[in-house]
Write a protein that binds this ligand. Structure first.
Ligand code: COA
Length: 375
């Protein structure tokens, strides 16, 4: 029996209503840093403590390309006394924040595909952080949507969505499911150290959904999944130590090393060649000339990285049309980044056009999903 062809029937997007500009973020950080320096003036003067340097809008934009980011908790993130997301704790019988975002993105994808939730077989919640260990976020999303079948969570940091797409595609290829929702709610502002000048500007919040289905039930137009490939290589250069075993003592809860940390320069140098080669090798295996790719929907962490990767793949500097940017307004939205780019910049392609959705990040992890538009 030949494998059933998986396709992307539709994608969905939930964007939080509030956005923070670099100027707003820098004003908050600098107020914190100036207060810290004043408070510790004697120790700094004695050489016992290092003075905190100020952040700047120019640096952030030049180093990363991020100009603003959407967030779930603007006021608390900007309050120099808090600098973390805050919302009222919800009782167990109320939908959790991550599930609520995921449901909105999933509904958007289902509506675009004209799909009834009753026809969906499985929900994967694929994201870089989960709000809790269990019950799985995916099962809460499944329940809220009224989907029968099964759901589970998976985490491969920034590559969670592409790993989820391959998992869903494999379910369809093997006949274990015909319609699978891959939902990626990302609230990385809760794991970011807003008091760290080197990384306070990186993340934004968002949710995406990808409906992966068997070709014989897909709406028109849709995207044939031509090939998927995954790769992981262990690295400590992007790390988050949060977790119940690591927050065992009251003193360790909320300390800096339980939040996101990275060696940004090393990540840049090591991941660019790894991902460029992966896209080229996978294209060759599929008989696709990389230079002929109509569009690259790349992970949205850093503008410079994307410029280099797309240049290596296409053989020339990519235009915005060839490699669209969303990190300027969304920031780094872990696994959702490449899916936002695909969601916003794919309708204009013609039947037969081939492109690649590509994620990369902590692990290291990387995923490539080659897609061909079908009429
Ligand atoms: N404001 C002003 N200056 C700042 C600053 C800030 N907020 N943060 C750092 N700087 C300064 C540093 O002090 C340093 O100064 P020095 O050269 O005098 O020592 C200089 O800017 C360069 O700092 P560096 O951290 O090396 O910056 P960078 O140019 O490498 O950019 C990243 C940092 C993180 C934006 C960039 O490396 C990156 O995005 N890398 C890829 C990360 C990635 O993809 N991660 C995946 C996560 S999923």
């Amino acid at each position: 029996m030949s494998a059933i062809t998986p396709v992307i029937s539709a994608t969905g997007l939930f964007t939080p209503p509030d956005s923070i500009s670099n100027a707003e973020l820098v004003a908050s950080y600098n107020t914190y840093a100036e207060r810290y320096n004043a408070q510790h003036a004697a120790a700094i003067a004695a050489g016992d403590l290092a003075e905190l340097a100020l952040s700047s809008v120019e640096f952030i934009e030049k180093a990363s390309g991020v100009k603003s980011r959407f967030v779930m908790s603007k006021a608390a993130l900007l309050d120099p006394n808090v600098m973390a997301p805050r919302w009222a704790e919800r009782p167990n019988d109320e939908i959790s924040v991550m599930a609520e975002m995921g449901v909105l993105a999933a509904r958007d994808a289902l509506a675009k595909a004209g799909r009834d939730p009753a026809d969906v077989d499985a929900v994967l919640c694929a994201a870089s952080n989960m709000q809790r260990p269990y019950p799985a976020m995916a099962i809460e999303i499944q329940n809220a949507l009224g989907i029968e079948g099964f759901g589970f969570d998976m985490n491969v940091a920034c590559s969670s969505a592409t790993f989820g797409i391959q998992t869903a595609a494999d379910f369809i290829r093997s006949g274990n499911a015909r319609s699978v929702l891959v939902v990626s709610p990302e609230i990385c502002t809760g794991h970011n150290n807003m008091r760290n000048r080197d990384s306070h500007f990186i993340f934004g919040d968002v949710a995406t959904a990808v409906l992966v289905e068997a070709v014989d039930m897909a709406p028109h137009p849709h995207w044939e999944i031509v090939g998927t490939r995954l790769k992981t290589v262990y690295s400590n250069n992007i790390r988050n130590n949060f977790g119940f075993l690591n927050c065992a003592t009251p003193e360790s809860v909320g300390t800096d090393d339980k939040l996101f940390v990275q060696e940004g320069r090393k990540v840049f140098k090591e991941v660019v060649p790894m991902v460029s080669a992966m896209i080229a090798d996978h294209a060759a295996a599929l008989g696709i000339d990389p230079a002929s790719l109509r569009r690259l929907w790349l992970h949205q962490a850093n503008q410079g990285m994307n410029r280099l990767i797309s240049q290596r793949v296409l053989g020339h500097e990519a235009s915005e049309d060839e490699s669209p940017t969303v990190l300027d307004t969304y920031g780094n939205t872990p696994s959702a980044g490449s899916i936002i780019a695909f969601n916003r910049y794919s309708d204009d392609l013609a039947a037969g056009d081939v492109g690649v959705i590509c994620s990369f990040g902590a692990g290291y992890s990387a995923g490539t999903v080659f897609v061909r538009k079908a009429a």
